[in-house]
Design a protein around this ligand. Structure first.
Ligand code: HEM
Length: 374
């Protein structure tokens, strides 16, 4: 951060200051489309199998797909489908907490945070409950493809991820066709059109549904897990939150700033030579925006390394900013608030059994692989 913009040996450029990141995320000369890069893209394999979804497209195509999808997710400022999920999420959280008794130690990841978002997204899309296990298996392969284990064949998991993407896409495409014949009130039914102009093509339904799962799964797992870890490391703040549960929404914002699940955005490419903090970043070079660093920039946040669940004026970069800013933010916020509240109510005096815990290998999606507590 102190050096401003850093050129790495592989020709990519890192930006870690809040104001520069924020400005780049609003700059129309910055593309999200990897195909516009001039440097080979080594991480692309795990993401193949389907054409790019709208997170990897630029306007006007991005805008068309995002707004069509948004319409079925609920209007941006009155996220009714999302607030309608409150009771459903509370039930899922309660069911997961109900599996705890009898366990000597808990893994916050496997026992709690991991199953929640995938179940929620299945319910939103309208995946029948009996198919949820298949959906979870694909989701596991896709997530593992992003995060291979050291020592194994580096291609094996990405290959499985490509297959899983395709299979899940096909499954969702077929389900959408069933909804076209027999609509219900789920998102897939909304995707296939309501006669009010514009709808997603079958291929776009596949790429968009897979995007919703991928963008919304591991990120939410990490927000909940990073949240538990951070709170257990700050017992005074934890006690404060227990005595004043109304602080929870602000505490979740602070977690998104302090330990953001998306540590960086590695996908940007300038469409022209651009000047960032006095450095020329050439057209086509990979541009990596370090959200986590921007979130701790002392020029933007007072006392940035302090975790303060009551922090005000918290315009963090945890959900990005600009045209690609997180589409699922209202859902992620709701899931994290309900999950953390439920867990804190359920556990009397939780204790970390391993600190620091083992982390996932991905430098982009940051969070523990396991988080053992008793
Ligand atoms: C975009 C973070 C949960 C769907 C983004 C971006 C970030 C982000 C940083 C910007 C990406 C970019 O600019 O390239 C997070 C975090 C989450 C979360 C930290 C959880 C804590 C979700 C959920 C969903 C979702 C639950 C959907 C169910 C999306 C989509 C985009 C996106 C579709 C692409 C938006 C666009 O390109 O216009 N998210 N996200 N996210 N997120 Fe999330």
């Amino acid at each position: 951060r102190e050096e401003g913009v850093v050129r790495q040996e592989d020709g990519s450029y890192l930006v870690g200051t809040y104001h520069e990141i924020e400005a780049l995320l609003h700059d129309p000369r910055i593309s999200s489309d990897r195909r516009k890069r001039t440097v080979p893209d080594e991480t692309a394999l795990a993401e193949q199998g389907l054409p790019p979804a709208f997170i990897g497209l630029d306007d006007p195509e991005h805008h068309r797909l995002r707004s069509l999808t948004m319409r079925s997710f609920g209007p941006p400022h009155t996220p009714d489908r999302i607030s309608g999920m409150h009771d459903e999420i509370t039930r899922i959280v309660k069911d997961l907490l109900g599996t705890f008794p009898g366990k000597e130690r808990l893994d916050v990841v496997d026992d709690f945070a991991y199953p929640l978002p995938v179940t929620v997204i299945c319910r939103l899309l309208g995946v029948p409950i009996e198919d949820e296990p298949r959906f979870r298996a694909w989701s596991d392969d896709i997530v593992a493809g992003i995060d291979p284990t050291p020592g194994e064949d580096p291609e094996a998991r990405p290959r499985a991820a490509v297959e899983a993407r395709k299979e899940m896409g096909l499954y969702l495409g077929e389900l959408a066709e069933k909804r076209r014949a027999h609509p219900s009130d789920d998102m897939l039914s909304a995707f296939v059109g309501d006669g009010s102009g514009g709808q997603l093509t079958p291929l776009e339904i596949m790429t968009t549904s897979v995007l919703l799962l991928i963008a919304g799964h591991e990120t939410t797992v990490n927000l909940i897990t990073n949240g538990v870890l951070t709170l257990l490391r700050h017992p005074e703040e934890l006690a404060r939150l227990r005595s004043d549960p109304a602080l929870m929404p602000r505490a979740v914002e602070e977690l998104l700033r302090y330990e953001p699940p998306v540590h960086m955005l590695p996908q940007r490419t300038p469409l022209a030579d651009i000047e960032v903090a006095g450095v020329t970043v050439p057209k086509g070079a990979p541009l990596i925006l370090m959200l986590a660093s921007g979130n701790r920039d002392p020029r933007r946040f007072r006392d940035p390394d302090r975790f303060d669940p009551a922090r005000e004026d918290n315009q963090h970069l945890g959900f990005g900013s600009g045209i690609h800013s997180c589409f699922g933010a209202p859902l992620a916020r709701l899931e994290a608030q309900i999950a953390l509240h439920g867990l804190l109510q359920h556990l009397d005096a939780p204790r970390l059994l391993e600190d620091p815990p083992p982390y996932r290998r991905s430098p982009v999606l940051r969070g523990p692989r396991h988080l053992l507590i008793e």
